[in-house]
Design a protein around this ligand. Sequence first.
Ligand code: PEP
Length: 257
Amino acid sequence: MRNLDRKLVAGNWKMNLLRQDAQWLMAEIIGMLADEESRDVRVAIIPSFVHIGALAQQASADKRFGIGAQNCSDKISGAYTGEVSASMINSVGGKYIIIGHSERRAYFNESNEQLLNKTKLTLSEKLTPIFCCGELLADRNSENYFEIVKQQLTNSLFELSVDDFKNTVIAYEPVWAIGTGLTASPDQAQEMHAFIRKLVADKYGADIADQTTILYGGSCNEKNAKELFSLPDVDGGLIGGAALKSRSFIEIIKALP
Ligand code: PEP
């Protein structure tokens, strides 16, 4: 049975947009979603750290929006020059934190232990972690993709207690589909999402698995979103490039069943 509360669309703006452009885009998205008043959806907007406070204020009147961060420190506080803590993100109005995006895993060598710490700190602030997993093209070609995703979850996220885990969102993002224009086919996406839900059920039980939000990410756009979001185990999307265009992003939100 599909749980409608699982639905979420999150836009990851990555390292794009200066302050005024970020506020313009936010204003456009707020305006367009206001025209869709009857739509009961959850939308996360995830800009650079430096815009979180301003966008959280800007979007505060529409409870469908939550602003988030693309990363946080794995430390609570202290002498870690350049780092940003989960509590700082909370203090400026952030609601979500992306953990373990493939760009951070690849360019910043984030370990499973760090990702687990980041997830725990996010949860200790009562924010929602969006925990990313997904295989490289080489893993897909060598048919090793189930094992890779299982390891990413087992060696990190699944160390959480059940009470922590149930407040976590998972995003399946095949690395070969991120920013490439290649999208997982509906069969590939459903197969992996069902696999992830089964892993969650084995670890935390069927009820928790049924309530877990599992997003698809990787070149999701206004043309393919409807088909992907209609799959039984796909609960919405983590959107990169298409989240930077208000019209495309709104069409993606409207593609939620
Ligand atoms: C992402 O970076 O999380 C992402 C899904 O990017 P894109 O939609 O551009 O592939």
